[in-house]
Ligand binder design. Structure first.
Ligand code: CA
Length: 328
Protein backbone atom coordinates (compact mmCIF):
# COMPACT_ATOMS: atom_id res chain seq x y z
CA UNK A 1 0.00 0.00 0.00
CA UNK A 2 2.70 2.43 1.13
CA UNK A 3 4.91 1.42 -1.77
CA UNK A 4 2.21 2.16 -4.32
CA UNK A 5 1.51 5.49 -2.64
CA UNK A 6 5.19 6.41 -2.76
CA UNK A 7 5.28 5.38 -6.41
CA UNK A 8 2.41 7.82 -7.14
CA UNK A 9 4.20 10.49 -5.14
CA UNK A 10 7.40 9.81 -7.14
CA UNK A 11 5.46 10.04 -10.39
CA UNK A 12 3.88 13.31 -9.30
CA UNK A 13 7.27 14.79 -8.38
CA UNK A 14 8.71 13.59 -11.71
CA UNK A 15 5.77 15.19 -13.55
CA UNK A 16 6.29 18.37 -11.57
CA UNK A 17 9.97 18.55 -12.47
CA UNK A 18 9.09 17.79 -16.10
CA UNK A 19 6.63 20.66 -16.10
CA UNK A 20 9.24 22.95 -14.58
CA UNK A 21 11.91 21.96 -17.10
CA UNK A 22 9.38 22.32 -19.95
CA UNK A 23 8.54 25.82 -18.82
CA UNK A 24 12.23 26.76 -18.59
CA UNK A 25 12.89 25.44 -22.11
CA UNK A 26 10.04 27.53 -23.54
CA UNK A 27 11.43 30.68 -21.98
CA UNK A 28 14.83 30.01 -23.47
CA UNK A 29 13.44 30.16 -27.01
CA UNK A 30 13.33 33.72 -28.30
CA UNK A 31 12.26 33.26 -31.93
CA UNK A 32 8.80 33.51 -33.40
CA UNK A 33 7.05 30.42 -34.51
CA UNK A 34 7.27 30.55 -38.29
CA UNK A 35 5.40 28.55 -40.91
CA UNK A 36 6.61 28.69 -44.54
CA UNK A 37 4.16 30.21 -47.02
CA UNK A 38 4.64 28.18 -50.17
CA UNK A 39 2.14 30.33 -52.07
CA UNK A 40 4.41 33.35 -51.76
CA UNK A 41 7.84 31.74 -52.03
CA UNK A 42 9.97 31.24 -55.14
CA UNK A 43 13.02 29.09 -55.71
CA UNK A 44 14.94 27.74 -58.70
CA UNK A 45 13.89 26.46 -61.17
CA UNK A 46 10.89 28.80 -60.58
CA UNK A 47 8.74 27.06 -63.20
CA UNK A 48 7.10 23.63 -63.27
CA UNK A 49 7.33 21.12 -66.13
CA UNK A 50 4.73 23.07 -68.16
CA UNK A 51 6.92 26.18 -67.89
CA UNK A 52 4.33 27.75 -65.63
CA UNK A 53 4.52 29.04 -62.11
CA UNK A 54 1.63 27.97 -59.93
CA UNK A 55 1.81 30.88 -57.54
CA UNK A 56 3.37 33.80 -59.47
CA UNK A 57 2.78 35.74 -62.68
CA UNK A 58 5.58 37.38 -64.64
CA UNK A 59 5.30 40.16 -67.17
CA UNK A 60 6.87 43.02 -69.09
CA UNK A 61 10.59 42.59 -69.69
CA UNK A 62 10.97 39.86 -67.05
CA UNK A 63 12.98 36.84 -68.17
CA UNK A 64 13.57 33.66 -66.21
CA UNK A 65 16.79 31.75 -66.14
CA UNK A 66 15.64 28.61 -64.39
CA UNK A 67 18.95 27.74 -62.75
CA UNK A 68 19.92 31.26 -61.71
CA UNK A 69 17.52 34.17 -61.43
CA UNK A 70 14.38 36.02 -62.42
CA UNK A 71 15.63 39.09 -64.29
CA UNK A 72 13.00 41.84 -64.04
CA UNK A 73 14.95 44.25 -66.20
CA UNK A 74 18.08 43.61 -68.21
CA UNK A 75 20.90 46.13 -68.45
CA UNK A 76 19.17 47.99 -71.30
CA UNK A 77 17.29 51.27 -71.55
CA UNK A 78 13.53 51.63 -71.11
CA UNK A 79 12.70 48.28 -69.61
CA UNK A 80 9.78 47.60 -67.28
CA UNK A 81 9.19 44.22 -65.70
CA UNK A 82 7.21 42.64 -62.92
CA UNK A 83 6.66 39.55 -60.82
CA UNK A 84 3.47 39.27 -58.73
CA UNK A 85 1.92 36.66 -56.46
CA UNK A 86 -1.35 35.26 -57.79
CA UNK A 87 -2.90 35.05 -54.36
CA UNK A 88 -3.07 37.83 -51.79
CA UNK A 89 -1.13 37.50 -48.56
CA UNK A 90 -3.74 36.53 -46.01
CA UNK A 91 -1.35 35.99 -43.10
CA UNK A 92 -1.87 38.59 -40.38
CA UNK A 93 1.83 38.68 -39.53
CA UNK A 94 4.50 37.74 -42.01
CA UNK A 95 8.16 37.80 -42.90
CA UNK A 96 9.46 37.90 -46.45
CA UNK A 97 13.12 37.30 -47.08
CA UNK A 98 14.48 37.61 -50.59
CA UNK A 99 17.80 37.44 -52.32
CA UNK A 100 18.39 39.97 -55.07
CA UNK A 101 21.16 41.25 -57.28
CA UNK A 102 21.56 44.65 -58.90
CA UNK A 103 24.39 44.88 -61.39
CA UNK A 104 25.35 46.18 -64.82
CA UNK A 105 28.14 47.45 -67.03
CA UNK A 106 27.48 51.15 -67.22
CA UNK A 107 29.30 53.81 -65.25
CA UNK A 108 25.94 55.34 -64.38
CA UNK A 109 23.09 53.03 -63.56
CA UNK A 110 19.46 52.99 -62.48
CA UNK A 111 16.81 53.14 -61.46
CA UNK A 112 16.38 50.34 -58.94
CA UNK A 113 13.57 47.98 -58.04
CA UNK A 114 10.59 47.85 -55.69
CA UNK A 115 9.11 45.35 -53.27
CA UNK A 116 5.34 45.59 -52.93
CA UNK A 117 2.49 44.39 -50.76
CA UNK A 118 -0.44 46.23 -52.34
CA UNK A 119 -4.15 45.95 -53.11
CA UNK A 120 -3.52 46.04 -56.86
CA UNK A 121 -1.23 43.79 -58.83
CA UNK A 122 0.38 43.37 -62.21
CA UNK A 123 -0.17 46.91 -63.46
CA UNK A 124 2.74 48.70 -65.08
CA UNK A 125 3.48 52.28 -64.11
CA UNK A 126 6.11 54.91 -63.36
CA UNK A 127 7.05 53.95 -59.77
CA UNK A 128 9.88 51.48 -60.30
CA UNK A 129 7.69 49.83 -62.90
CA UNK A 130 4.40 49.80 -60.98
CA UNK A 131 1.44 52.16 -60.64
CA UNK A 132 1.50 55.41 -58.75
CA UNK A 133 -1.09 56.28 -56.07
CA UNK A 134 -0.90 52.69 -54.89
CA UNK A 135 -2.56 51.40 -51.74
CA UNK A 136 -0.32 49.40 -49.41
CA UNK A 137 3.39 49.06 -48.86
CA UNK A 138 6.19 49.88 -51.29
CA UNK A 139 9.87 49.47 -50.43
CA UNK A 140 12.13 51.08 -53.04
CA UNK A 141 15.71 50.03 -53.64
CA UNK A 142 16.66 53.26 -55.34
CA UNK A 143 20.05 53.18 -57.07
CA UNK A 144 19.90 56.55 -58.82
CA UNK A 145 19.83 59.83 -56.94
CA UNK A 146 17.46 62.19 -58.76
CA UNK A 147 17.46 64.93 -56.16
CA UNK A 148 18.00 64.25 -52.49
CA UNK A 149 20.89 66.37 -51.27
CA UNK A 150 22.88 64.98 -48.38
CA UNK A 151 21.69 61.41 -48.82
CA UNK A 152 24.02 58.62 -49.90
CA UNK A 153 22.71 56.30 -52.62
CA UNK A 154 21.73 53.51 -53.13
CA UNK A 155 18.93 54.42 -50.74
CA UNK A 156 16.23 52.05 -49.51
CA UNK A 157 12.95 53.56 -48.34
CA UNK A 158 9.45 52.47 -47.44
CA UNK A 159 6.27 54.30 -48.38
CA UNK A 160 2.75 53.56 -47.16
CA UNK A 161 0.42 54.41 -50.02
CA UNK A 162 -3.14 55.49 -49.22
CA UNK A 163 -4.42 55.22 -52.79
CA UNK A 164 -4.21 59.02 -53.37
CA UNK A 165 -0.69 60.17 -52.49
CA UNK A 166 1.79 60.25 -55.37
CA UNK A 167 5.34 59.05 -55.13
CA UNK A 168 7.52 61.87 -56.42
CA UNK A 169 10.38 60.55 -58.52
CA UNK A 170 12.06 63.94 -58.85
CA UNK A 171 12.81 64.09 -55.13
CA UNK A 172 13.31 60.32 -54.73
CA UNK A 173 10.15 60.15 -52.58
CA UNK A 174 11.59 62.32 -49.81
CA UNK A 175 8.21 63.63 -48.65
CA UNK A 176 6.51 60.25 -48.95
CA UNK A 177 9.08 58.40 -46.92
CA UNK A 178 7.95 56.34 -43.93
CA UNK A 179 11.47 55.18 -43.08
CA UNK A 180 14.67 54.34 -44.91
CA UNK A 181 18.42 53.93 -44.90
CA UNK A 182 21.45 54.36 -47.12
CA UNK A 183 22.85 51.04 -48.24
CA UNK A 184 26.05 51.65 -50.12
CA UNK A 185 27.12 48.24 -51.35
CA UNK A 186 23.80 46.65 -52.27
CA UNK A 187 24.61 47.24 -55.93
CA UNK A 188 27.15 45.07 -57.77
CA UNK A 189 27.99 43.11 -54.66
CA UNK A 190 30.63 40.44 -54.20
CA UNK A 191 28.26 38.37 -52.11
CA UNK A 192 24.57 37.46 -52.10
CA UNK A 193 22.48 40.48 -51.13
CA UNK A 194 19.33 39.85 -49.16
CA UNK A 195 16.48 41.76 -47.57
CA UNK A 196 14.06 40.67 -44.85
CA UNK A 197 10.77 42.50 -44.35
CA UNK A 198 8.91 41.67 -41.13
CA UNK A 199 5.36 42.81 -40.46
CA UNK A 200 3.34 42.36 -37.28
CA UNK A 201 -0.09 43.86 -37.76
CA UNK A 202 -0.62 47.07 -35.73
CA UNK A 203 2.76 46.53 -34.10
CA UNK A 204 5.71 47.09 -36.37
CA UNK A 205 7.24 46.93 -39.80
CA UNK A 206 10.96 46.32 -40.07
CA UNK A 207 13.57 45.88 -42.75
CA UNK A 208 16.95 44.25 -42.43
CA UNK A 209 19.54 44.00 -45.18
CA UNK A 210 22.40 41.64 -45.81
CA UNK A 211 25.14 43.06 -47.99
CA UNK A 212 28.16 43.85 -45.85
CA UNK A 213 29.13 40.40 -44.60
CA UNK A 214 27.68 36.97 -45.28
CA UNK A 215 24.97 35.89 -42.79
CA UNK A 216 24.99 39.28 -41.07
CA UNK A 217 21.81 41.32 -41.02
CA UNK A 218 22.08 45.11 -40.89
CA UNK A 219 18.96 46.87 -39.55
CA UNK A 220 17.55 49.42 -42.00
CA UNK A 221 14.41 50.54 -40.17
CA UNK A 222 11.93 49.48 -37.50
CA UNK A 223 8.66 51.43 -37.46
CA UNK A 224 6.09 50.83 -34.68
CA UNK A 225 2.29 50.77 -35.04
CA UNK A 226 2.06 50.01 -38.75
CA UNK A 227 -1.17 48.71 -40.28
CA UNK A 228 -1.32 47.51 -43.88
CA UNK A 229 -4.45 46.71 -45.92
CA UNK A 230 -5.71 43.26 -44.89
CA UNK A 231 -5.43 41.98 -48.45
CA UNK A 232 -2.22 42.65 -50.35
CA UNK A 233 -0.43 41.01 -53.25
CA UNK A 234 3.30 40.45 -53.06
CA UNK A 235 5.20 41.91 -55.98
CA UNK A 236 8.60 42.87 -57.33
CA UNK A 237 8.95 45.39 -60.15
CA UNK A 238 11.79 47.32 -61.74
CA UNK A 239 12.32 49.93 -64.39
CA UNK A 240 15.15 51.39 -66.41
CA UNK A 241 15.11 54.72 -68.31
CA UNK A 242 18.08 56.46 -69.84
CA UNK A 243 20.22 54.53 -67.36
CA UNK A 244 20.00 50.80 -66.87
CA UNK A 245 20.91 47.80 -64.73
CA UNK A 246 20.09 44.15 -64.34
CA UNK A 247 17.57 43.74 -61.52
CA UNK A 248 17.46 40.10 -60.46
CA UNK A 249 15.35 38.31 -57.87
CA UNK A 250 17.04 35.05 -56.92
CA UNK A 251 14.83 33.55 -54.21
CA UNK A 252 11.78 34.58 -52.18
CA UNK A 253 11.04 32.91 -48.82
CA UNK A 254 7.75 33.94 -47.24
CA UNK A 255 6.72 32.89 -43.75
CA UNK A 256 3.65 33.23 -41.61
CA UNK A 257 4.52 34.37 -38.08
CA UNK A 258 2.76 33.16 -34.97
CA UNK A 259 3.27 34.16 -31.40
CA UNK A 260 2.76 30.57 -30.21
CA UNK A 261 0.68 27.54 -31.22
CA UNK A 262 -1.78 28.18 -28.37
CA UNK A 263 -2.11 31.91 -29.04
CA UNK A 264 -4.29 32.58 -32.07
CA UNK A 265 -3.33 35.50 -34.30
CA UNK A 266 -6.42 37.44 -33.33
CA UNK A 267 -5.12 37.97 -29.83
CA UNK A 268 -1.82 39.41 -31.04
CA UNK A 269 -3.23 42.85 -31.83
CA UNK A 270 -5.33 42.93 -28.69
CA UNK A 271 -2.47 42.23 -26.36
CA UNK A 272 -0.10 44.42 -28.36
CA UNK A 273 -2.27 47.49 -27.95
CA UNK A 274 -1.55 47.39 -24.23
CA UNK A 275 2.17 47.31 -24.87
CA UNK A 276 2.57 49.92 -27.56
CA UNK A 277 4.58 52.18 -25.28
CA UNK A 278 7.57 49.85 -25.45
CA UNK A 279 8.00 50.26 -29.18
CA UNK A 280 11.43 48.75 -29.50
CA UNK A 281 10.57 45.52 -27.73
CA UNK A 282 9.19 42.67 -29.77
CA UNK A 283 5.66 42.40 -28.36
CA UNK A 284 4.96 38.94 -29.73
CA UNK A 285 7.93 37.67 -27.75
CA UNK A 286 6.39 38.96 -24.53
CA UNK A 287 2.94 37.69 -25.48
CA UNK A 288 4.21 34.21 -26.09
CA UNK A 289 6.04 34.14 -22.79
CA UNK A 290 2.90 35.33 -21.03
CA UNK A 291 0.84 32.63 -22.68
CA UNK A 292 3.34 29.88 -21.96
CA UNK A 293 3.97 31.14 -18.42
CA UNK A 294 0.22 31.06 -17.76
CA UNK A 295 -0.21 27.44 -18.83
CA UNK A 296 3.06 26.37 -17.17
CA UNK A 297 1.95 27.82 -13.85
CA UNK A 298 -1.46 26.20 -14.12
CA UNK A 299 0.12 22.74 -14.48
CA UNK A 300 2.71 23.35 -11.78
CA UNK A 301 0.00 24.45 -9.35
CA UNK A 302 -2.13 21.42 -10.25
CA UNK A 303 0.79 19.04 -9.73
CA UNK A 304 1.83 20.68 -6.45
CA UNK A 305 -1.76 20.36 -5.29
CA UNK A 306 -1.70 16.62 -6.13
CA UNK A 307 1.66 16.27 -4.31
CA UNK A 308 0.23 17.92 -1.18
CA UNK A 309 -2.87 15.66 -1.18
CA UNK A 310 -0.83 12.48 -1.79
CA UNK A 311 1.81 13.56 0.76
CA UNK A 312 -0.91 14.25 3.33
CA UNK A 313 -2.45 10.85 2.70
CA UNK A 314 0.96 9.10 3.10
CA UNK A 315 1.61 11.02 6.32
CA UNK A 316 -1.79 10.09 7.66
CA UNK A 317 -1.30 6.38 6.73
CA UNK A 318 2.14 6.31 8.41
CA UNK A 319 0.65 7.96 11.48
CA UNK A 320 -2.14 5.33 11.58
CA UNK A 321 0.41 2.49 11.21
CA UNK A 322 2.52 3.89 14.08
CA UNK A 323 -0.57 4.21 16.26
CA UNK A 324 -1.45 0.55 15.54
CA UNK A 325 2.16 -0.60 16.40
CA UNK A 326 2.23 1.37 19.66
CA UNK A 327 -1.08 -0.24 20.65
CA UNK A 328 0.47 -3.75 20.39
CA1 CA B 1 15.79 57.72 -57.82
Amino acid sequence: MLKSLCRSLGAAVALCSLALSGSAQAEDTDNYKTVPLRTHSLYQPYLDSDLQSRWFDFGGTTIIRADQYIRITSDRQHQTGWLWSRLPLTATNWEIEFEFRIHGDGHLHGDGFAFWVTKDRALSGPVFGSVNKFEGLGIFFDTYKNNRPGVIFPYVMAMLGDGHTEYDHDTDGKDQELAGCSARGIRAPNMATKAKVTYFQDKFLSLELQYKEPDTWTPCFHVPNVTLPTVGYLGFTAQTGELSDNHDIVTVSARNLYTSPSTPNASVGKKGSKKKTSKETYPDYDDRHEAEGGWGWFFIKLILWVVVIVGGYIGYTLYRAQQKQSRF
